[in-house]
Design a protein around this ligand. Structure first.
Ligand SMILES: [Mn+2]
Length: 330
């Protein structure tokens, strides 16, 4: 069995970061599909977080359906990730699941763990939030999970996680969710195709996975060069301004201001997406002038004191609300 595995497209989640974001994301998402054709791979598995929110906008959903129809020669299996699911409303993945029977090449696994034999290999898909394999015997597991000891997108090792995945002996797993390609024991993360937020590292790409009938797995990482790059830069002086101003337009910056450096110059640059100062960040695309009269922390102290919280809890809550409010331009 051979399959290309990709995940974490976060379609629709980059409108504040790059221009024509849905079209640009779809152009990157096409690449593993085209690679399948060029290399005669028939299976492509998408391991969750296709959408950034449970409801994609219509342009994104239409783009995705067109892609799945165009690549009707491939067998496409789509798994739900945490960003795709919602408790009580119909999601974009529900729409795709509803359509899947009319598209012979598409399978959507968004509710129940599912086991299928693919080209002689038993494969189990665990849609989020399922973390346990309910089927006996060894298999290849497809999951959307993190795991203690793996490396998070900020580059730090994950400590004990609330909702982690544990590999059963004899199984081999491929996972989405972490945007950084890595291997931890017999669990491999395919990583994402491109940076969808600042702070993510390269390389980006997808997996070419071959599995024999003894469940021996060979994973190759195929590197992708996305059409954009997100860079975080600490601005200390005027030279940094020049460095940003002269960067090509596909490079977008998140600027962190050192003490004493004024934001004004940096906010004018078209390739600067956000400017942060002393943990307060200002999203340049956000409509900051509409909400200035509202103080979301008003009355919070009295409410929390009446609810029986002590002073240290009240202070912690006020600090949290204020820092979030500042991030949103209050
Ligand atoms: Mn995720």
């Amino acid at each position: 069995m051979q399959a290309v595995i990709t995940s974490d497209w976060h379609l629709g989640g980059m409108s504040k970061t790059i221009p024509n974001s849905v079209a640009q994301q779809l152009a990157e998402i096409r690449k593993p599909f085209e690679w399948c054709r060029a290399n005669r791979v028939r299976n492509i598995f998408v391991l969750g977080d296709l959408s950034h929110t449970p409801h994609m906008d219509n342009a994104a959903l239409v783009g995705l359906v067109r892609l799945f129809v165009e690549f009707a020669d491939l067998s496409i299996v789509v798994l739900a990730g945490n960003h795709d699911v919602a408790d009580s409303t119909t999601t974009s993945l529900d729409v795709l699941a509803e359509m899947a029977p009319t598209l012979a090449n598409l399978t959507v696994i968004n509710r129940k763990p599912t086991r299928k034999i693919v080209d002689g290999v038993p494969v189990c898909w665990l849609p989020w939030p399922h973390m346990n394999v309910p089927f006996k015997a060894s298999q290849l597991v497809m999951v959307h999970a993190e795991m203690t000891g793996a490396v998070g997108d900020n580059g730090h090792k994950l400590k004990k996680t609330k909702h982690g995945f544990r590999l059963r002996k004899g199984d081999f797993a491929v996972s989405g969710h972490l945007h950084t390609h890595q291997r931890h024991g017999d669990v491999v993360w395919c990583g994402s195709l491109y940076q969808s937020k600042f702070g993510e590292n390269f390389p980006k790409g997808w997996l070419d996975v071959r599995v024999d009938d003894q469940l021996r797995v060979d994973c190759k990482f195929v590197e992708n060069t996305p059409a954009w790059e997100l860079r975080t830069l600490v601005a200390n002086c005027d030279d940094d301004y020049e460095q940003i101003a002269s960067a090509p337009p596909h490079v977008k910056f998140s600027v962190k201001l050192a003490a004493g450096v004024s934001a004004a110059k940096f906010t004018e640059l078209p390739n600067v997406v956000s400017v942060a100062n002393h943990s307060m960040s200002l999203e340049l695309a956000a409509p900051t002038d509409t909400a200035v009269a509202i103080k979301p922390w008003y009355g919070l102290r009295r409410y929390l004191e009446q609810a029986g919280h002590d002073n240290s809890e009240v202070l912690a809550a006020l600090k949290l609300v204020k820092s979030i409010a500042l991030e949103h331009g209050f």
